[in-house]
Design a protein around this ligand. Structure first.
Ligand SMILES: NC(=O)c1ccc[n+]([C@@H]2O[C@H](COP(=O)([O-])OP(=O)(O)OC[C@H]3O[C@@H](n4cnc5c(N)ncnc54)[C@H](O)[C@@H]3O)[C@@H](O)[C@H]2O)c1
Length: 316
């Protein structure tokens, strides 16, 4: 008897899971992983020089097991192709049966946007409202949409591609502006390719919360080492963040040690304090975790089972 496997494409995933749902699910994923209820072995990189790399990212939790097979090919936009693309396979963790195949781009966009809102809720000042987006591509746009869903805004969108900044600003009722205007906001998300520094120590102002989302692999950075070292530091997962994240440069320079960095899950679980005080500058380093993907894939499976989204099927 062949298995009928549902397949959710880009648009189907985005219609199955709202940003608000994504935020709650991603927050719960961090708490469950912290409690040892969800498992996540380290991601495996497979280089494909000189083009980019593939990443295999597994996670297990709530009776489901997931593998994300996803790329980062920085030269792709020049060829009219997306930087990030790939597939997710979701299986039953009790008998190994495949349950669903999902487009990885949409899941990645939703979960990356969601963690920006989760980190802002946990670490930004209670007074924080305005949002600066530096880098208005796919993931910058989803960070902005998620922060709107969490009640933040209005904001300033900055991108050297003026059209990208204007389109996002028009969609959200915000405005496009300079880098300096974006960085003056209460919560700033940096979501550039990480090939040039967009934030220096002189840009930091009291009470600021930074979500550093763009540097998600070795050799990438969006903030200077001096800027990183002068913040109260948080990350999604220490091993990833210290080897292939925004923290890596400062760690390698000996300016930041393990005991200066708190994992977001520890704050969300109430095990560690968050913002040290109203005037502190908090920095959250997001490198992207498979538990976040599992949170979104699980919500999409639920939506399909409840008939809220239609899937294509393939017969195995
Ligand atoms: N942390 C995570 O979990 C996670 C997840 C997915 C992607 N990413 C990373 O996020 C980054 C952005 O990914 P994307 O898919 O949105 O790429 P994208 O190409 O869609 O968008 C990047 C945007 O940054 C803009 N940009 C380039 N240089 C800039 C500068 N100096 N100042 C301001 N804006 C600038 C570009 O014009 C573009 O609009 C990549 O490095 C990607 O690997 C991180």
């Amino acid at each position: 008897m062949p298995t009928q496997l549902p397949v959710l494409g880009y648009e189907a995933v985005l219609s199955a899971v709202t940003p608000r749902d994504a935020i709650e699910r991603v927050e719960q994923a961090f708490v469950r992983f912290r409690a040892g209820q969800w498992a996540m072995p380290p991601k495996v990189y497979l280089d494909s020089p000189p083009f980019g790399d593939f990443r295999a990212m597994p996670a297990r939790g709530d009776g489901l097991a997931l593998l994300k097979w996803v790329t980062s090919f920085p030269g792709n936009p020049g060829r009219g192709l997306p930087t990030v693309t790939g597939l997710i396979c979701l299986s039953d963790a009790t008998d190994g049966e495949p349950l669903m195949v999902l487009d990885a781009r949409s899941v990645t966009a939703l979960r990356t946007g969601a963690v920006a809102a989760v980190a802002a809720r946990a670490l930004a000042s209670g007074e924080a409202k305005t949002i600066g987006i530096v880098g208005c591509g796919l993931h910058g746009a989803w960070a902005a949409r998620s922060l709107v869903a969490a009640g933040y805004g209005p904001g300033v969108c900055h991108d050297p591609r003026a059209g990208a900044a204007q389109a996002l600003a028009a969609e959200l009722g915000w405005r496009a502006g300079t880098r300096r205007e974006a960085i003056r906001c209460d919560v700033v998300c940096c979501v550039t390719p990480g090939s040039v520094i967009v934030l220096d120590a002189g840009d930091l102002h009291p009470g600021l919360h930074l979500n550093m989302l763009g540097a998600d692999g070795p050799g990438k950075a969006e903030a200077s080492i001096g800027a990183v070292a002068s913040c109260a530091l948080f990350c999604d997962e220490w091993e990833q963040a210290s080897h292939g994240g925004e923290l890596t440069g400062a760690v390698n320079a000996g300016m930041v040690a393990r005991d200066r960095v708190t994992e977001l899950g520890a704050v969300l679980s109430g095990e560690a304090p968050g913002r040290p005080g109203p005037d502190a500058v908090t920095l959250f380093d997001s490198t992207g975790l498979a538990i976040q993907d599992l949170a979104i894939a699980s919500a999409a499976l639920e939506a399909w089972r409840e008939g809220r989204v239609a899937a294509q099927t393939v017969s195995l």
